[in-house]
Design a protein around this ligand. Sequence first.
Ligand SMILES: *[C@@H]1O[C@H](CO)[C@@H](O)[C@H](O)[C@H]1NC(C)=O
Ligand SMILES: *[C@@H]1O[C@H](CO)[C@@H](O)[C@H](O)[C@H]1NC(C)=O
Ligand SMILES: *[C@@H]1O[C@H](CO)[C@@H](O)[C@H](O)[C@H]1NC(C)=O
Ligand SMILES: *[C@@H]1O[C@H](CO)[C@@H](O)[C@H](O)[C@H]1NC(C)=O
Ligand SMILES: *[C@@H]1O[C@H](CO)[C@@H](O)[C@H](O)[C@H]1NC(C)=O
Ligand SMILES: *[C@@H]1O[C@H](CO)[C@@H](O)[C@H](O)[C@H]1NC(C)=O
Ligand SMILES: *[C@@H]1O[C@H](CO)[C@@H](O)[C@H](O)[C@H]1NC(C)=O
Ligand SMILES: *[C@@H]1O[C@H](CO)[C@@H](O)[C@H](O)[C@H]1NC(C)=O
Length: 411
Amino acid sequence: MTRLGEAALGIALLVGIFQFGSTIRFEVKDDSSKISCILADLSINFTVDYKRGDKQPKAEFQLPNNAVSDKSSSCGKNGSLPVLVIAFGPGHSLSVQFNKSDSGYQVDVLTFRYNLSDATLFPESIDNDTKVVSSNKSEITAKTNQFYQCSSPHLIVMENVNATFYDVKLQAYLTANNYSTNASICKEDSPPTSAPTTAPTTTPAPSNNTTPEIGTYNVSEKSGYCILSKMGLRLNVTYKNKDEKDAFYLFNIDPKSVNTTGKCLNTSISMTLVSNQAHIQFDFVLNTTEGKFYLSHVHVNTTVPEAKEPNFDIDSGSVSFLKTTEHKSYKCNAKQTLQITDKLSIYTYSLQVQAFDIEGNKFGPAVECAADENGMLVPIIVGAALAGLVLIVLIAYLIGRKRSHAGYQTI
Ligand SMILES: *[C@@H]1O[C@H](CO)[C@@H](O)[C@H](O)[C@H]1NC(C)=O
Ligand SMILES: *[C@@H]1O[C@H](CO)[C@@H](O)[C@H](O)[C@H]1NC(C)=O
Ligand SMILES: *[C@@H]1O[C@H](CO)[C@@H](O)[C@H](O)[C@H]1NC(C)=O
Ligand SMILES: *[C@@H]1O[C@H](CO)[C@@H](O)[C@H](O)[C@H]1NC(C)=O
Ligand SMILES: *[C@@H]1O[C@H](CO)[C@@H](O)[C@H](O)[C@H]1NC(C)=O
Ligand SMILES: *[C@@H]1O[C@H](CO)[C@@H](O)[C@H](O)[C@H]1NC(C)=O
Ligand SMILES: *[C@@H]1O[C@H](CO)[C@@H](O)[C@H](O)[C@H]1NC(C)=O
Ligand SMILES: *[C@@H]1O[C@H](CO)[C@@H](O)[C@H](O)[C@H]1NC(C)=O
């Protein structure tokens, strides 16, 4: 019952968030003429890393409905470039600057200013200044007299900020008051079969492109195991290829090739999985006042042959994942994402882990992750509905039997 209550609350909160953003229309006009030179329909999801106490959380928000085209927007006179400046909240802005190329036009520079004093978007921020980040690799391009269209998510990476554009329609260098009739469709929207010659941005590592094999990784000392774990591991590394384009390298860890080493201390454990694919170090910490253990630090060394700089040495800094009460194990059958940095995600599959005091060298009672519990909700509802149905049929049968008995008696 409480779980259903929580689910209902969750849905209510989600509805609240969904009202926040949708596709918003922006328009830039020259003062002299009445004709729009830039039109844009945009939806953007932002993720911003900022400092908050000893943690580095992410702020996630959408471009709000009350965002407007700022008066510093311009059609580009006297040699300046056309720019759409979108303003929202207390001093946040996104400026989209266009330029012409041989065959069309593109977004040249995207600049995002965000005001860390805004406690709504950046609660408990340590800094209170306005940061400016930018990217000149937006890859938003269109042919002359066409509009750019992209319904799929299109990620633009800036320092500490990821902006995901989606449901986008935009055009610059307009001459009429409306979009042109022809579209330049982004590559994310084009079906993959139609572009067999373009280089894929995702390079599957040799021989594995599916759910990883489940491995068992344990560390023991004289007194027994200090960590037991069972999981499938898949890594996603974001890298720059030789053409300076963002690409993703996805690969599974093959448990058969892994050598597990580690160290057990009273309140900290280090476990390293060594294979020719990667060195992955997982550090666990025990907080004795809370009586909980958690994954506190991750360090990964790997190589991506296709990358411009193939050697990756990635450090999570301090994190707090998989927090669990001592003597219990954390369990998550569903795919789970551990966001290590903006360059690395680790996906776990069929995970079970327990660290520190392990009784009888086997897992203690399992604490299931939220994803697994939500997965259970549907069977519970279906089960309850079926039970109800059986009850109704039974009552109907009993009433029916009583009636027919009565019927026989009158004959
Ligand atoms: C930043 O936000 C604070 C708090 O909302 C506000 O007082 C301040 O004027 C903002 N700064 C700018 C440059 O808009
Ligand atoms: C911003 O932080 C600085 C130093 O941390 C402080 O002196 C200043 O008063 C703060 N400004 C606001 C508006 O909170
Ligand atoms: C834009 O590109 C130039 C080189 O082409 C580079 O020097 C500059 O730092 C880039 N600016 C941004 C904001 O990425
Ligand atoms: C943008 O954020 C909203 C709300 O968090 C989410 O529902 C939606 O799936 C996100 N869209 C993309 C493309 O990331
Ligand atoms: C602008 O063009 C769109 C289609 O691209 C059309 O649905 C809309 O009615 C047009 N608006 C005006 C004012 O002509
Ligand atoms: C890999 O990571 C990138 C960046 O976080 C993300 O955009 C992409 O969807 C991920 N790929 C897969 C297959 O999960
Ligand atoms: C670790 O725990 C053992 C047993 O509880 C204790 O004897 C030992 O002193 C502890 N070591 C440290 C460094 O706290
Ligand atoms: C342990 O947890 C408590 C309560 O959450 C917290 O105040 C304390 O800072 C934590 N200690 C360590 C070493 O993380």
